[in-house]
Structures are given as structure tokens and as C-alpha cells.
Write a protein that binds this ligand. Structure first.
Ligand code: FES
Length: 158
């Protein structure tokens, strides 16, 4: 088991273990990126570079995979993750206004983190609570039948 130079089971030693676990196997990029993100919370450039070097892949290939899939984050996420539903049921019930309100309240675009690091806004297709449309989630809490006014009240609680 890889212990870090600090002697403990830190992020770097867990990352090294992941690399060793997938050594010599095919089709490893996505699972390795997923596990690296689980450990680090996001995929810093040096992590993408380390994966490319370890598996003898061009950096551009690994970076391409990391940017293609929405599940991968290339920047650290905020303290709270907001997901505003952009699915059809929410869209027809004013989901766009909810998204616009979150963006203007926090001064962020979808995919970005607020300047104070408190919120990240992630785009999502359907949150599976269509009966409550329009819907957003903050971390594990679902908020339904939203109005732009309610968004302001909810954000103030965090
Ligand atoms: S469409 Fe919004 S929760 Fe399903």
C-alpha cells in the first residue's frame, strides 16, 4: 500500500494506489479520472498530467476526456453545489427564470463557482422530481415549485 512521504494515507498516496491498480489495463482513463476526482474533489492540471504520463498517453487526450464529460470538474467546487433543473417539465414551468435568478444572485454562469467559493452552479438535465417543477437542489436538499423570489430566500439560508 502506498504511503506518502509524510507517512500517512494522504490524497497523494491514495492517488498513487489508483494508478497502480489500473496499470497495464485497457480503457482505464474514465475510471481513473473518476477515482482521482473522488479523492481530490476535482481534477487539477497536475493530476491530468500525472495520469497522462503514467499511462503513456498524450496530455491532450486525457485533457480531452476530462473536458468532454460533464461529470468531471477541472476547478475546485464551492462549499455548496446547486443544481438547477433544465429538464422539459421544469423548463415549461419557468425553469429558465429560476436559473437566471440563481446566476444573477450569485453572479455566476452555469459550471462556475461564486467568487467567495460558497456555491458552485452545475447544469443538470432532470433531477427526477418533475412533479415539483421547477426544481433545484442544493447539496442533498430538493426545492420545488420555485419562484425567483423563493430562490432569494433559499440562498440566504446558506
Ligand atoms: S424535468 Fe425537472 S425534475 Fe425532471
Amino acid at each position: 500500500m502506498g504511503k506518502c512521504c509524510c507517512g500517512s494515507d494522504c490524497q497523494d498516496s491514495r492517488f498513487t494506489e489508483i494508478l497502480e491498480q489500473y496499470k497495464g489495463k485497457d480503457g482505464v482513463l474514465i475510471p481513473v479520472l473518476q477515482k482521482a476526482q473522488e479523492i481530490k474533489g476535482y481534477l487539477p492540471e497536475e493530476t491530468i498530467r500525472a495520469i497522462a504520463d503514467y499511462f503513456n498517453k498524450p496530455y491532450s487526450e486525457v485533457y480531452g476526456v476530462a473536458t468532454f464529460y460533464a461529470q468531471f470538474r477541472l476547478k475546485p467546487s464551492g462549499e455548496n453545489i446547486i443544481r438547477v433543473c433544465a429538464g422539459t417539465a421544469c423548463h415549461v414551468r419557468g425553469g429558465k427564470k429560476i436559473l437566471d435568478k440563481v446566476c444573477s444572485e450569485l453572479n455566476v454562469a452555469p459550471g462556475e463557482t461564486s467568487a467567495d467559493g460558497k456555491f458552485s452552479l452545475e447544469p443538470v438535465a432532470c433531477l427526477g422530481a418533475c412533479g415539483l417543477a421547477p426544481v433545484m437542489m442544493i447539496n442533498d436538499t430538493t426545492y420545488g415549485r420555485l419562484t425567483p423570489e423563493k430562490v432569494t430566500e433559499i440562498l440566504a439560508k446558506y
